[in-house]
Design a protein around this ligand. Structure first.
Ligand code: XMP
Length: 542
C-alpha cells in the first residue's frame, strides 16, 4: 500500500538570518514560508545525496520530480535549484525535461552531470556522445576560480559517470576541464552553473565545499537547518496535533518506528499504545530482546504472537512477490484486529522518513516501480479506521533519525543494527518458507552476525545475513555421505541500499563463518559466499 503526500506550498519570503531547527521549520511551514534548495530529480542514483549534502551544510533541501512546475517551486519557498544527474541523453526523444519557466525565476541553478548537459542543450550548446567516456575517478582542472570554486585547489580528483559530453556552449565561461571534457564546468549569466562531475559523491575531492560555495557564495543562502532542538520541537508539535487524542503505533523495533514511538510517547504519554506483531520471521532472540528494550523505554506495548497465522498463510507459497503480499496483508489484518480491541483511537503514528515519502510519491506517479516498506502497509488503515496520521520524522534522513534516536536514549544495539526488511527472514528464504528453512536461516544468520562482530566487520558493512533455498548438496558426516542444505552468506557494503557490492571479507572470517555454520546448524552441508553486486542482483534474494 502506498500513500500520497503533497509537497509544501506557500508564499515565497525574503531570507531570514535566524538558524532554525527542523521543529521551527514546522511552524514556518504552517505559515507557508519554508525556504529551501529544490533538487530536481532527473533519475540519477545520487539525487538523494545532493539533498543530504545541502542539509549537512545546514540548508533545508527537498527532492522534486524533474518536471515540477516553476510556479510551485517559488510558492514553496525555493531559493536555489540543483538539477541532478540522470541516465538518459539530453538529445533522446524521451529525455526528462524541466519546466522551462525555471530559468525565468531568477533563482540560481546548478546542473550536475545530466543536469549540466540539459542546461547546455537548452541554452544553445551542443551535447554529443563522447568518444572517450569518463567513469569513476578523474582529474579535473579549475580554469577560473569564480565563486563556485572559491578556495578550492586547482587540480582535483572528481567522480565522473558520463557517456555524453558538452562540446560547446555559447555565452558561457569555462570554469574547468578534464582530459576528455573541455567544458567540465561552466557558468552562464543569471547565476546558472553546470558541472560534469558529481560534487555530491564522497569520492569527489572538495565536493561538499563546491556545493557549499554554490549555496552560500553564489545563492547567498543562510543556514536554516540543524537537528539541535528537533526533539523538543517535535514533541511540542505532536502535543499540538494530538491533544487528548488516542494514538496507536505499529512498532517493529526498527530505528524509525521506535524513534517515532518514543517521540509520541514523550508528547502524549499513556495515550499512546504500540502494537508489536511477531510474524515469526524475526531474527534469533529478536522478539525477546525487543520486548525487553520496549519495557526499559517505558513504552506501552501490546505483543501479538501471530507466528502460527503467518506460517499457515505462507504454506505452499514460493513466489517472492506473493510471499511479500501475503505478509503485508496479514500484517494489516492482525494490526487492525488489535487496534479495534483498544476502543476509540484517533491517530496512527508512523515512522515514515523522508526517502520513504519520495519513493511513495514516485510510485504514485508511476515513475518507477517501487517496493514500499512494509510499515507502509498500515497506511491503508487511516482511511479504513478513520485515523489521522502522525509522522514526526517524515522530513528526516536515516542519519538524522539516528542522531535523534541517540538523543532519545535508544540503545546502541538498535541504532547500529543492520536494516531488516519488513517481510523478515521470508526475504532470505528462497522458495517456500518452511519451519526447517526458517531455522537454518535464523541460526546461520546469527552466526554470520556474531562472527562479523567478533572480527570488527559488523559496523563496516551495510547488511550481513544467510540465505537458504531448496538446493541440496552432498556432504560427509563421519563416514556417511549425506544430503544437506546449501547456505549462501551475503555481506554487502552499500550507500543507502541503492547500489551494493559484496564485502571483501578476509578469508579467515569467511572460513570461521563457514565452519561454524556447517558444524552448528543441523542440516547444512555447504556454505557459499554471494559475490554479486547490486545491480544486477538485489540485496535480498526474494
Ligand atoms: P533490495 O533487496 O531491494 O533491498 O536490494 C534494498 C534494501 O531494502 C531492504 N528491503 C526492505 N525493507 N521492507 C523493508 O522494510 C521490504 O519489503 C524490503 N525489501 C528489501 C533491504 O533489506 C535492503 O536494505
Amino acid at each position: 500500500m502506498i500513500y500520497i503526500f503533497s509537497l509544501g506550498a506557500g508564499k515565497a519570503c525574503p531570507m531570514s538570518s535566524t538558524i532554525l531547527t527542523p521543529g521551527d521549520e514546522f511552524d514556518r511551514m504552517e505559515q507557508g514560508m519554508r525556504q529551501k534548495v529544490a533538487v530536481l530529480d532527473f533519475g540519477g542514483q545520487y539525487a538523494h545525496l545532493i539533498v543530504r549534502r545541502c542539509r549537512e551544510l545546514g540548508v533545508y533541501s527537498e527532492l522534486f520530480p524533474h518536471d515540477v512546475s516553476a510556479e510551485s517551486l517559488v510558492e514553496g519557498g525555493t531559493q536555489a535549484i540543483i538539477f541532478s544527474g540522470g541516465p538518459k541523453s539530453v538529445y533522446e526523444r524521451d529525455a526528462p525535461m524541466c519546466d522551462l519557466e525555471v530559468f525565468k525565476l531568477g533563482v540560481p541553478i546548478l546542473g550536475i552531470c545530466y543536469g549540466a548537459q540539459l542546461i547546455a542543450h537548452l541554452k544553445g550548446g551542443v551535447v554529443r556522445r563522447a568518444e572517450q567516456r569518463e567513469f569513476g575517478r578523474t582529474e579535473f582542472f579549475v580554469d577560473r576560480e569564480d565563486e563556485l570554486f572559491h578556495g578550492i585547489r586547482k587540480k582535483l580528483t572528481v567522480w565522473m559517470s558520463h557517456s555524453d559530453r558538452i562540446e560547446s556552449l555559447p555565452n558561457s565561461e569555462v570554469l574547468g576541464h578534464t582530459e576528455h571534457s573541455p567544458l567540465a564546468a561552466f557558468r552562464l549569466a543569471d547565476r546558472i552553473y553546470g558541472v560534469q562531475f558529481h560534487p555530491e559523491v564522497h569520492h569527489t575531492e572538495s565536493g561538499k565545499e563546491i556545493i557549499g560555495n554554490f549555496l552560500f557564495r553564489v545563492c547567498g543562502l543562510q543556514r536554516n537547518w540543524e537537528l539541535k532542538g528537533f526533539v523538543r520541537r517535535a514533541i511540542e508539535e505532536v502535543k499540538r496535533e494530538v491533544g487528548d487524542g488516542k494514538v496507536i503505533c505499529a512498532l517493529s523495533g526498527g530505528i524509525d518506528s521506535t524513534t517515532t514511538a518514543l517521540l509520541v510517547h514523550k508528547a502524549v504519554g499513556e495515550n499512546l499504545t504500540c502494537i508489536y506483531v511477531d510474524h515469526g520471521l524475526m531474527r534469533k532472540n529478536e522478539t525477546e530482546e525487543l520486548l525487553e528494550t520496549f519495557k526499559k523505554l517505558k513504552l506501552r506495548v501490546v505483543h501479538v504472537d501471530a507466528r502460527e497465522r503467518f506460517m499457515r498463510r505462507l504454506r505452499g507459497v514460493s513466489d517472492p512477490e506473493e510471499k511479500r503480499w501475503i505478509i503485508g496483508e496479514e500484517f494489516i489484518r492482525v494490526f487492525e484486529e488489535e487496534a479495534r480491541k483498544l476502543g476509540k483511537v484517533d491517530f496512527l503514528a508512523q515512522g515514515t522518513i523522508y526517502p520513504d515519502r519520495i519513493e511513495s510519491a514516485r510510485a504514485q506517479s508511476g515513475r518507477r516501480a517501487s517496493r514500499i516498506k512494509s510499515h507502509h502497509n498500515v497506511a491503508a488503515l487511516p482511511k479504513k479506521m478513520n485515523l489521522k496520521l502522525v509522522e514526526p520524522i517524515k522530513d528526516l534522513y536515516k542519519d538524522e533519525v539516528k542522531e535523534i534516536a541517540k538523543e532519545l536514549g535508544l540503545p546502541e544495539e538498535i541504532i547500529k543494527r543492520h536494516p531488516f526488511p519488513g517481510p523478515g527472514l521470508a526475504a532470505r528464504i528462497i522458495g517456500e518458507v518452511t519451519e526447517e528453512k526458517l531455522r537454518i536461516c535464523r541460526e546461520a544468520s546469527f552466526i554470520v552476525e556474531e562472527e562479523l562482530r567478533r572480527s570488527g566487520w559488523y559496523d563496516k558493512v551495510w547488511q550481513a545475513f544467510a540465505i537458504v533455498g531448496d538446493d541440496l548438496a552432498t556432504g560427509v558426516l563421519g563416514d556417511e555421505r549425506v544430503l544437506g542444505h546449501v547456505v549462501i552468506v551475503r555481506v554487502v557494503e552499500s550507500v543507502e541500499a541503492m547500489t551494493a557490492d559484496f564485502a571483501r571479507l578476509p578469508y579467515g572470517v569467511l572460513e570461521n563463518i563457514s565452519r561454524r555454520i556447517t558444524n552448528e546448524v543441523k542440516g547444512v552441508t555447504w556454505v557459499a559466499y554471494a559475490i554479486s553486486s547490486k545491480p544486477p542482483s538485489t540485496i535480498e534474494p526474494c
